[in-house]
Every structure is written in C-alpha cells, then in structure tokens.
Design a binder for this molecule. Structure first.
Ligand SMILES: Cc1cc2nc3c(=O)[nH]c(=O)nc-3n(C[C@H](O)[C@H](O)[C@H](O)COP(=O)(O)OP(=O)(O)OC[C@H]3O[C@@H](n4cnc5c(N)ncnc54)[C@H](O)[C@@H]3O)c2cc1C
Length: 439
C-alpha cells in the first residue's frame, strides 16, 4: 500500500515514510529520478507489490513503484518467450499470455507480486523438475546507479545475469524481463487429507509421480493436507461456487475466524489446529495453469521460510514436529512443505542443491519470535538458507558461509553501485556493506 508518502507492506510489519514516491512511466523518467536522487544525496528503494515480510522497503528517501511500467513488450512465439515490463503482476501476466497460448511453467501460491519483485527475492512454487521463478528469466534490462541501461543474459553481461536474477533490488532497477515460457496447459488439482508418517513414507513417490506436489502439516496433529497438480487434457471443471466456498470461505473467512479464536484463547492451540485439520476436505479442480497455481490470501500472517537440502527434509520435519510437541509451542497455523530443483543463480536459496522449503506462519498479532527462533535454529543445523522475502535473523557473516558465490555477488554489487544508492539499513546488514554517506 502506498499513498501520500506512507508505505506499508502486505503483512503490515514494515512501514516507511519516504520523502518522495515516484510512479515513472518510462526508462528515461527512471534515469531522471536516479540522477536527481544522486544529486540530492537520497537513496532509492524500488518496490513491487510489497509482499515481502522483511524490511526491504524501509526508507525515508526515495521509493519507486513500476505500476506504470507494466504489460507485454513483445512475444516471440517460436522461442516461447515473452518480454514484459518489470512492474507486471504475475496475475496480469497469466492473462496477457493466454491469447498467445503461452504460460509460466511454474508459479508460487499467490499471483499478486510483480514479476521483478517475485524474482528478486527468489520466489518459488513446488515441483522437483522446476527451479524458482527466477530460473525462467532468460534476459533482463538493468538500470544501474550511473544511469546506464544494461542488457543481461547468458551472452551479454553474463556475470550480471548470474548474480542479478535474485538480487533484492540492490544491483539497480530491473526495467524489463524476458521469460522462457511453455505452451499453455491445464492442471488438474487434487487435495486430500493424509497421515503424517504415511506421507513421509510415500514422499519420494509423491514427488516423482506428480508435476507439482506439496503438503501442509497441521501442528500438534498427525494430519496433513496433500496437494497435487498434474497436466491434463480433460475439460475445465472449476465450479465458481465450490471454489468460492473453498477459497474464500474455508481458506479465508472461516480460517480467519478460527485463527482469531486461537489468538484470543491462547491455551486452545491444539484444539484449534485439530479443528483446522478436521476442516480439510477432498477437493478437485481443473483449469488453466495460472488459475490453479494461485489462490487469494486474505488472512494476514507473518512468515519465515527456510530452504534446506532436499535429502534433509524428513529429518528436519520430524525434528520440527517433535520440538513443537515437546515444548508445547502454541502454534496452530499449518506449515507448508515444497520442493524445487537446484539452480545456478548466485543468491538463489536453491543454488547448487535440490531443495525442500518449509514455511512457518504465525497469525497476525501473535508474537512470532519464539517460534521462528526455534525453527530457525533447527534449519540452521541442516544448512538452512532463508527465503529472501520472508522473516529471518541471518546476517552477512552467516550468509557468506551459506552461499559459495557470496563474494562474487558483493563484488558485483560494489562494481554496479559503489555508493550504495540502492541499499537501506536492512540491506546493509544483510550484504555486510556500508553505503557512502548518503541520507
Ligand atoms: C500471502 C503471501 C504469499 C506468498 N507466497 C509465496 C510463494 O508461494 N512462494 C514464495 O517463494 N514466496 C511467496 N511469498 C513471498 C513473495 O513472493 C516475495 O516476498 C516477493 O518478493 C513479493 O513480490 P513483490 O512484488 O511484493 O515484491 P516486494 O516485496 O515489493 O519487493 C521485493 C524485492 O524486490 C525488489 N524489486 C522489486 N521490483 C524491482 C525492480 N523493478 N528492480 C529491482 N528490484 C526490484 C525490491 O527492491 C525488494 O528488495 C508470499 C508472500 C505473501 C505475503
């Protein structure tokens, strides 16, 4: 949310009062903003839809939104590629690509992020044959601190391409992104209830035999909700009424009421979790991929998500379960478990390893610190790397040990932005960088 120099992120845990907020409509306008900010010793944060939980958007200087730099630039049907303005939301993208019979191969579970915001934090979906969304980037245009516009891909500025696909907005402003797409496809979505240990016993089969597999585990219960997506040529079957009931009433309105009760009656967390688990029903829908991947999220929460090497997943989730039970931790919000393929993007949490992600959520207004701290300690013992858009306490000294290309990224950042124009105090801590004496 941004108005009259006041910005809040979606989770409402980060707020800023920037001196100036800009909505440029062209690259040349962006160049002028950079020039002016540099002259006035201001710093710049360029933001997408504000769906990150960390202080990436904290600034009292200049904030830029690319809402007016959105839409298709061009489509290359023969290569199945499209170039889009960086401010395009993933939701808009699905609709823009549909007439060209093209689609993104994979997506996360919401679609309101801007494509540049989603990729800059390493946003991912699930599926062992798919990397995070940034791996779909084949080229991007980067406007740097000195006003230059660079085309970055495997041939041109290849080192910036390697580092810049997950870069938290601290290398410069991405203005356009070219994505590798696939032919439009339909997905059959099936959700069903299962038992925790049976799920772990069948894990490899579920991961191998389904295009996209994930599960939610309901704390203090042995219940999980399995979710499978598979390509289909069957006709669309996505009843608007039952979808409304499932997505808006069960997953949002009723869920919100139950969470509210959980917040009010603190000792009822086990019962609340059981009620949520009990509410899981068998669900089946068929629709275009982009209409299946994403759902509305109206219940506000805080989230931490950790990437761990895929082989450690069973040990980590068992340890998490045992810890919550032993410590009677008052958690009732389901944990989400997903998988992605290894990639080669320097700051991608999946760099060099097939990965599992475990996401920990806390309903708004409930203190998340003891839970996140305990879960982070477990993940850290298994080479955990935090999701860049979600809460964590890791700083440069920890992160440099987790990322083999950390030093290369820092050198690139220094090369492209020696004055730290695109840093804020949070990023200075994360990057271990001090910006020049700007505002
Ligand atoms: C309800 C909810 C559901 C979510 N589901 C998922 C999920 O399924 N999978 C997952 O992995 N994550 C998920 N996330 C996290 C989310 O995808 C990331 O935090 C993502 O970054 C948000 O995109 P945004 O457009 O809101 O970016 P913002 O939060 O606005 O910005 C994120 C970063 O991108 C940078 N950036 C934005 N635009 C540009 C640009 N043009 N040039 C350079 N840098 C730029 C910003 O500087 C900032 O550092 C979820 C978050 C929420 C709140």
């Amino acid at each position: 949310m941004a108005n009259a120099n006041h910005w809040k992120n979606w989770a409402e845990n980060v707020e800023s009062r920037p001196k100036n907020i800009f909505f440029p409509s062209s690259e040349s306008e962006l160049q002028q903003i950079i020039h002016q900010a540099t002259q006035q010793q201001q710093k710049i944060r360029v933001m997408g839809s504000g769906h990150s939980f960390t202080a990436l958007g904290e600034t009292d200087s200049v904030m830029i939104f690319l809402n007016n730099l959105a839409g298709l630039v061009n489509v290359d049907k023969s290569k199945k590629q499209a170039t889009v303005w960086a401010g395009t939301t993933i939701n808009a993208l699905g609709k823009l690509l549909a007439p060209h019979q093209l689609a993104m191969a994979n997506m996360g579970d919401i679609d309101v992020q801007s494509i540049a915001g989603a990729t800059s934090t390493g946003t991912h979906g699930t599926g062992i044959n798919f990397g995070g969304i940034s791996t779909q980037i084949v080229s991007f245009r980067l406007l740097t601190a000195n006003g230059e516009i660079l085309t970055c891909n495997a041939e041109e500025n290849a080192h910036i391409f390697a580092g810049g696909r997950v870069s938290l907005g601290c290398l410069g402003i991405i203005t356009q992104i070219t994505l590798q797409l696939v032919d439009a496809f339909k997905l059959k979505y099936v959700a069903e209830k299962a038992d925790f240990e049976t799920t772990l016993a069948n894990l490899e089969t579920y991961k191998q035999n389904n295009r996209n597999f994930e599960f939610y585990w309901f704390p203090h219960t042995d219940t999980v909700q399995l979710k499978f997506n598979n390509e289909t040529s069957e006709p669309i079957k996505d009843n608007a009424v039952s979808r409304y009931i499932n997505q808006n009433i069960m997953e949002n309105t009723v869920f919100s009421l139950i969470c509210g009760a959980g917040k009010m009656f603190k000792n009822s967390y086990k019962r609340i979790s059981k009620i949520i688990a009990w509410g899981v029903s068998k669900e089946e829908r068929i629709n275009q991929s982009w209409a299946i991947f994403a759902s509305p999220r109206k219940v506000k929460f805080r989230e931490m998500e950790y990437n761990i090497p895929a082989e450690h997943f069973p040990a980590v989730i068992r340890e998490v379960k045992a810890y919550l039970e032993k410590e009677n931790m008052p958690i009732f919000f389901p944990l989400e478990c997903r998988w992605v393929q290894a990639d080669d993007i320097w700051l991608s949490p999946a760099f060099g390893r097939d990965s599992a992600y475990i996401a920990f959520h806390v309903y708004k207004g409930i203190d998340c610190e003891p839970y996140f701290k305990a879960m982070e300690a477990i993940c850290n013992r298994y080479e955990g790397r935090p999701h860049w858009g979600k809460m964590h306490t890791r700083r440069a000294a920890d992160l440099e040990k987790l990322y083999p290309k950390w030093a290369d990224f820092q050198q690139l950042r220094q090369e492209l932005d020696p004055q730290g124009l695109f840093l804020n105090p949070y990023l200075e801590n994360i990057m271990g960088a001090k910006s020049a004496a700007l505002v």
